[in-house]
Design a protein around this ligand. Structure first.
Ligand SMILES: Nc1ncnc2c1ncn2[C@@H]1O[C@H](COP(=O)(O)OP(=O)(O)OP(=O)(O)O)[C@@H](O)[C@H]1O
Ligand SMILES: [Mg+2]
Length: 277
């Protein structure tokens, strides 16, 4: 990239947090998909949820906030401009958008995002540093959904996602450690909830990699229902087709529309689409 960062937030030190969510005339639902545990199905959920909503006729933008760049790789999408260009102020966010499927656009990422994280740390004002993504995406108004694929790092980038999103979706893989990551997410949710002018609600926890026949998985499900009463999605079953789809650069609906994975993700799509808060 080699240019000096010019963040799209010059002079917003005195930002009015009350205006943080008031800019969109059309109601775009912005969801952060987050769990501080790695490999819980975040990226897989972003891709297949976005694809399913798009098939339903919704206009969807998925934004990759993980330097691993899995969204572009999994969908077979390339573009010279990434979320790093947008966040560093080197290009308007609209110029970084690339169509992936009908109704389904993406902003991809790559390892330049590490540079963004470094630049964010240079801000001596924490509240400004955490709102760069919000300001970057503010002009993007013509979507029904924006899905933010977070990395599992507890980073300033993730905090940016939490201050940009209004809803949180937490994929939880069926193991104990995943629950630990989830507890951290909920702690964060509480902290964000105390920021004036910003409302972030937990929309759903999504059990992933679920094995119907494992008693352990049934026990974790029962625990989830106890913790997150009314906010637990039907589980996404462990299904090899889901993993294969990504390696073929396809969504589950393209790769194996009759698979358990497609059935489960279609159900999740309906649940999200009908969850109006
Ligand atoms: N329902 C499923 N059944 C089988 N494999 C799955 C399922 N969901 C995801 N996987 C596979 O599990 C692995 C991890 O999934 P994914 O990359 O979506 O997790 P992640 O939470 O985004 O990981 P990270 O924290 O590294 O970003 C991938 O190889 C993916 O293909
Ligand atoms: Mg991921």
């Amino acid at each position: 990239m080699g240019k000096v960062a010019t963040f799209p937030v010059p002079g917003i030190m005195g930002i009015d947090t009350g205006t943080l969510q008031g800019h969109r005339t059309h109601m775009t639902r912005i969801l952060a998909i987050l769990n501080y545990k790695g490999g819980t199905g975040k990226t897989t959920t972003v891709i297949n949820l976005a694809a399913g909503l798009a098939l339903r006729g919704e206009r969807v933008l998925a934004v990759d906030l993980d330097p691993q760049g899995s969204i572009g790789v999994s969908l077979g999408v390339r573009h010279p401009r990434t979320i790093s260009h947008a966040m560093l102020g080197h290009a308007p966010a609209a110029d970084c958008i690339v169509p992936a499927r009908e109704n389904f656009d993406v902003i991809i990422s790559d390892t330049e995002l590490f540079q963004v994280e470094g630049e964010l740390w240079r801000f001596n004002n924490d509240s400004v540093a955490r709102r760069v993504l919000h300001h970057t995406l503010k002009p993007i108004t013509d979507y029904d959904y924006i899905l933010l694929d977070c990395s599992h790092a507890i980073s300033l980038l993730t905090q940016n996602a939490l201050l940009c999103a209004r809803e949180l979706l937490v994929p939880i893989a069926m193991d104990y450690l995943a629950m630990v990551g989830t507890r951290q997410v909920l702690q964060t949710l509480k902290t964000v909830g105390r920021i004036p002018g910003h409302q972030l609600r937990l929309t759903l926890v999504v059990p992933t990699m679920y094995h119907v026949q494992y008693r352990k998985d049934q026990e974790v499900m029962a625990l989830l229902h106890r913790y997150f009463d009314g906010k637990v999605a039907e589980p996404i079953r462990s299904n090899v087709r889901v993993a294969e789809a990504a390696s073929h650069q396809k969504t589950i609906f393209e790769y194996a529309p009759d698979s358990a994975g497609a059935v489960d993700y279609a159900r999740l799509v309906e649940r999200i689409a009908n969850d109006v808060g």
